[in-house]
Design a protein. Structure first.
Length: 435
């Protein structure tokens, strides 16, 4: 899932409430450095397949998100494994490393096959992790793809704020609502760090440098109230910044230049990275949208760990098609936000309480695009989507609902329907009826 959030004061999200619980297995977390296993996803489903027809393989990723070596001691099938073929080999994972287990499904007859993949390791509080699997033989084949929305543990956030004269009122509103943003991080139990820079690449004291008396605001060393105060100090609008706004150039400088955010310790291994841009003008740096997206995709080992979001003029209101519409658009920033899976919202009539809730979820690395394991036989027609058992509607406007991207074969969630942390997404659709 991507996690760089460019907040360009245009990210508006919905107001769905979530009951967020911690990991029930971590009741008595280990003291001191230890391995920590993460298995994703925790359930696999093949839907209905013609008997005797091999399926596309599905993979389970096993990661070590702890601070000591993880010994993956055994990966085995349990339950009715007769229709499943598992390919995996135990190995040692250093901190930050990951491996994959691959499994195929072939139904022998028209019955349902229920099984599990069991992963045994030296994780001190999760010695065994099970992945549920289901598949069925039948004459009307369908695919059923199941996704568990992750609850990230670490996130680093770089705010890129337009400090030109036209943005002072918006930045003031942002300061007032920032406590909601941090509050959601606290509710999620995140280990987070925050830095602030500006879109000004002309002033030599800016140019991607972190601002404020506290350059890196870290939950590990600061209280929530102290971080809110430090953020206020860093973003205090002076309305004297360059009108030649370069949000993408500033973010690139902050994350690549020696002596800037990177060397200050804002960016940590194993943490999601969110760049958030807040501004009312498009990026005027020499970087193209495609160049920036390519750089962002390669910044972490997993491109889903980085996102760019923005509170920016979009020329439309994604959450209320009948509501306010910004009179202008910022196509370059919009391309980057959309391509990195970030969140954007118009600047007009913002409800910052809602914005901060959804922006914090996106910054934390919640997934908005879900790749399908097969090709729907009838395109978007026939696709059924549920989140924790509740049906989600198709929305051709891309406002509040899901759309189907045939180019990437993904279901994309928008607005208030973006699945919250810990929720389960099930996507069912018909596929061609032949091997």
């Amino acid at each position: 899932m991507r996690c760089i959030v460019l907040i360009s004061l245009a990210l508006l999200v919905g107001c769905t409430e979530y009951d967020i619980d911690g990991n029930p297995d971590d009741v008595n977390p280990p003291i001191g450095p230890a391995p920590d296993i993460k298995v994703d996803p925790l359930s696999l489903s093949w839907g209905v397949k013609l008997p005797g027809c091999p399926s596309a393989a599905k993979t389970v990723t096993i990661s070590n998100v702890g601070e000591e070596d993880l010994e993956v001691e055994e990966i085995r099938l349990a339950g009715d494994g007769s229709a499943y073929t598992l390919t995996a080999a135990p190995r040692t994972l250093a901190p930050g490393d990951a491996m994959e287990a691959s499994v195929e499904f072939i139904a022998g007859t028209t019955i349902e096959y229920l099984a599990e993949i069991e992963v045994l390791s030296n994780d001190p509080d999760e010695e065994l992790v099970a992945v549920d699997m289901s598949g069925e033989g039948g004459d009307n084949p369908t695919n059923e793809d199941i996704f568990d929305q992750s609850t990230p543990t670490k996130v680093d956030v770089l705010w890129v704020l337009d400090n030109s004269c036209s943005m002072s009122d918006t930045v003031t509103d942002l300061e007032l609502a920032f406590d909601d943003f941090i509050g959601n991080f606290v509710t999620l139990g995140l280990d987070y760090q925050i830095g602030v820079t500006t879109t000004d690449m002309d002033d030599p004291t800016m140019q991607g440098r972190l601002q404020g008396p506290t350059l890196v605001m870290a939950s590990a060393t600061m209280s929530q109230s102290d971080i809110v105060q430090a953020f206020d100090d860093a973003v205090e609008p002076d309305a004297t910044g360059s009108a030649n706004e370069k949000a993408l150039g500033a973010a690139y400088a902050a994350l690549e230049s020696p002596g800037y955010a990177l060397s200050q310790g804002l960016v940590r291994q194993g943490a999601n990275l969110a760049v958030i841009v807040v501004g009312d003008e498009d990026d005027q740096s020499s970087m193209s949208a495609s160049q920036y997206v390519s750089w962002m995709d390669a910044y972490k080992l997993d491109p889903d760990m980085t996102t760019v979001s923005g509170l920016v003029p979009s020329g439309q209101n994604l959450f209320d098609p009948n509501g306010c519409v910004d009179p202008m658009s910022v196509p370059k920033l919009i391309d980057v936000i959309d391509e990195t899976g970030g969140l954007r919202t118009p600047l007009c009539d913002l409800d910052f309480d809602e914005v901060m809730q959804w922006l914090s979820f996106t910054a934390a690395g919640l997934q908005t695009e879900f790749p399908l394991s097969g090709t729907p036989a009838t395109g978007a027609v026939g696709i059924r989507v549920t989140v924790d058992g509740n049906s989600v509607s198709y929305d051709p406007l891309g406002a509040n609902g899901w759309t189907y991207n045939w180019q990437t074969n993904t279901v994309v969630f928008h607005g208030q329907t973006i699945p919250g942390p810990g929720l389960t997404v099930v996507i069912t659709y018909p596929v061609e009826g032949s091997c």
